[in-house]
Design a protein around this ligand. Structure first.
Ligand code: BMA
Length: 360
């Protein structure tokens, strides 16, 4: 009998261990481990809806406290809030889309209070040329910023700015706000200086590992790390630049619906299955880290395209890109009065689609 109990206990414990998600930062704050565990639990309930810059501005408005296009359409804020740090590296007061970092910090505070998951991307400048993220000139930029490269010292300065910003994210009790950090995104694409056209997989991996290590040694311990590719065609392509399990917490990918370029439904089914399975094998969390159909010109896009693409593969969240306040056609989420709003509500009403009201 006693033996049986021991066996039972051992089985339960090992099952428990298997279920535990441990952040790659060995010194992660308890809030980060909590967030990781919460992501795993929520993933078993459904897919969270996220939106970039949701609290900052929307279609034809900006900086109105509490306002959100998603909220106005479905009565709840999204469950995931995305922000972008582009511009932080030079000490700018606003990011590349004009969002003041101070307001971003306040929005992160609000989002954390509401129980949202917070994620940061970084459209940082080209450190060699001073041009934008999309500037592919300057030679092998990734090598120039790694140790031994001509811009390494300058790049450390950029990383120090990141460290200061992350350490400044505090809740009302003065505890850290845990966030997901998603640098060097869309690495299988060619758009950015860290992309597939501009650096070798080995250089990319070194940059990733160096960056994460630099954050650890700078005392930044409030982050989970999200790896994200652009659209990809095979598991090999997805994994080509993967820096290793000890440097990553979330496995994601970005994929926009551009009907003239690729078959969204078929491609998404393949990519979601691949990332979902890989995350399971590597014991990570999977997410569709950016998506959308620019200007949502298909009224049934939410239930006919997005929903079948994201459900059933163990994805934790999907992040819709921003609703620009100034570029009329640059929006990826519905807003009050948009012709797809009814369909968006239909999607959100599904049991396995989660907004913040579903996860509080
Ligand atoms: C892109 C566009 C740009 C923006 C950038 C960073 O996809 O939305 O207008 O500057 O993201 O947010």
């Amino acid at each position: 009998m006693r033996n049986m109990l021991f066996v039972l206990l051992a089985v339960c414990l090992s099952a428990g261990c298997k279920e535990r998600y441990i952040p790659c930062d060995p010194q992660a704050e308890p809030q980060v481990a909590q967030l990781y565990g919460r992501l795993a639990q929520l993933r078993d309930r459904g897919v969270m809806i996220g939106h970039q810059d949701d609290l900052m501005y929307g279609h034809a408005w900006e900086y109105e406290e509490g306002r959100s296009d998603i909220m106005e359409v479905c009565g709840s804020y999204p469950a995931v809030m995305g922000f972008d740090l582009g511009g932080l590296e030079l000490g700018d007061s606003c990011n590349l889309d004009g969002v003041p970092f101070e307001k971003m910090r306040q929005a992160a505070f609000m989002a954390d209070e509401m129980g949202c998951v917070i994620t940061f991307s970084w459209h940082m400048r080209n450190p060699v040329t001073g041009g934008s993220s999309w500037d592919l000139s300057g030679g092998n930029v990734v090598r120039e910023i790694l140790p031994g490269g001509s811009c390494h010292e300058q790049y450390r300065g950029w990383m120090d700015k990141l460290a200061d910003f992350m350490k400044s994210l505090k809740d009302a009790q003065g505890d850290c706000i845990p966030v997901v950090f998603r640098p060097y995104h869309e690495n299988t694409g060619g758009a950015f200086w860290w992309g597939a056209l501009s650096c070798q997989p080995e250089d990319y991996k070194r940059l990733w590992q160096w960056t994460v290590e630099y954050m650890f040694t700078s005392g930044v311990h409030n982050m989970l790390y999200a790896y994200s590719t652009d659209i990809f065609w095979s598991e090999e392509e997805y994994m080509l630049r993967y820096p290793g399990d000890e440097w990553v917490d979330i496995m994601g990918w970005d994929a926009y619906h551009r009907p003239q370029d690729w078959d969204f439904l078929k491609g998404m089914a393949d990519m979601a299955r691949t990332v979902g399975n890989l995350a399971m094998e590597h014991h990570k969390i999977a997410a569709l880290t950016e998506t959308g159909l620019e200007s949502v010109f298909l009224d049934n896009w939410w239930t006919e395209y997005l929903l079948p693409s994201v459900r059933g593969n163990g994805l934790s969240w999907v992040l819709l890109w921003r609703n620009s306040q100034e570029m009329e056609n640059h929006f990826f989420a519905p807003f009050k009065g948009h012709s797809s709003e009814e369909d968006f509500r239909r999607m959100v009403a599904e049991e396995d689609i989660l907004v913040v009201n579903d996860i509080m």
